[in-house]
Design a protein around this ligand. Structure first.
Ligand SMILES: Nc1ncnc2c1ncn2[C@@H]1O[C@H](COP(=O)(O)OP(=O)(O)OP(=O)(O)O)[C@@H](O)[C@H]1O
Ligand SMILES: [Mg+2]
Length: 312
């Protein structure tokens, strides 16, 4: 296989939908053989970017190279596989008929792809989906079928837009295992997700995208070193006192964030700050249900960079 060093090189990619700036001068490089994961909230521009990389849509400006070529070239498309966020299944065809249809559409060998798809369905423990009409599948089953569709093709570059959304935790793990297998077989994976633990478990490098801008990219640990504190205090007050706790703690610490009934305090010195936080809250008559010191996640990186949380 004639492999290029860089699987994707994007320079200054912008995309406007009328007056909406979906992407604002996005530049990044995905090296061959790595898993490069985009994380960003709803509307950040991930799917727009993936459509451009997959050669479905043209950018308004900027340049993009995929596997050394133009994403619109049929020869490039033959080496890539794209899983869009919405399952691209024809409802009046069964799952296996969809597989056949894609094989003939792109000129792939039908028999090979069929065999591959069958193997994938078996690995996922959902062989029975093969003969089911796509319109009769549940949301999660549709996702699984479209994953099988995307992975059945032998591709150098997999472009996966939220591959595990709608899957139950067990299925999510199985799909991530399949992706790891692909990496071992030297495929490059470009993926978008909202789940920071998924990104942390799989990515060689992570790009953080928000409001059309790529605001940081690098290795997971590298990003944490740059943008996250050594530790985070996670404080759970009673639900009605979350806001008050956050207000009180903000008087003492700079980076305090509250959501999901918790307050996260970024700290450089957890040994000193933990008892201090307990004391400060007690003085204000706030009842703390639990308090713990945890390692920062990519969510903390995102909080630090944007002041907002990843999942709204
Ligand atoms: N076809 C379209 N026409 C007009 N605006 C669009 C279109 N597609 C996307 N947008 C807008 O572009 C911005 C980026 O959308 P995009 O779908 O790329 O985000 P995303 O990061 O994939 O979000 P999500 O996490 O919800 O999937 C949003 O403001 C969205 O409303
Ligand atoms: Mg999207």
């Amino acid at each position: 296989m004639n492999m290029v060093q860089e699987a994707v090189v994007a320079q200054g990619i912008s995309k406007l939908y009328n007056s909406v700036v979906a992407l604002d001068s996005v530049s990044f490089t995905v090296r061959s053989g790595e898993v490069y994961v985009f994380i960003g909230p709803n509307g950040a521009g991930k799917s727009t970017l993936f459509n451009i990389i997959a050669g479905i849509m043209k950018p308004s400006s900027g340049s993009i190279k995929v596997l050394g070529g133009n994403p619109f070239d049929p020869s490039t498309r033959l080496k890539t596989s794209y899983l869009p966020a919405t399952p691209p299944l024809y409802p009046w065809l069964t799952v296996m008929e969809n597989v056949d249809f894609y094989a003939s559409l792109y000129g792939f060998n039908k028999k090979t792809i069929r065999q591959e798809a069958k193997g994938l369905l078996e690995k996922l423990g959902v062989q029975e989906l093969a003969t089911k009409l796509s319109s009769k599948l549940s949301t999660g089953q549709m996702k699984l079928a479209s994953i099988v569709l995307a992975l059945a093709v032998e591709a150098e570059l997999l472009i996966l837009d939220e591959p595990t959304t709608a899957l139950d935790p067990g299925m999510r793990r199985s799909v991530l295992d399949l992706l790891r297998e692909k990496v071992l077989n030297r495929a490059t994976i470009l993926m978008a997700t909202h789940l920071v633990d998924e990104a942390e478990g799989l990515a060689n490098r992570v790009a953080i995208i928000d409001r059309g801008k790529l605001i940081a990219d690098g290795g997971v640990e590298e990003l944490k070193k740059l943008y996250a504190p050594p530790a985070v205090l996670v404080i759970k007050p009673s639900l009605e006192q979350v806001e008050k706790s956050s207000t009180v703690l903000k008087l003492r610490w700079e980076n305090v964030y509250s959501y999901d009934g918790e307050v996260r305090v970024h700290t450089d010195d957890p040994d000193e700050d933990l008892p201090k936080a307990i004391l400060i809250l007690a003085e204000k008559g706030i009842r703390v249900l639990s308090i713990s010191v945890v390692k920062p996640t990519l969510e903390d990186v995102f909080l630090k960079l944007t002041g907002r949380r990843l999942k709204e």
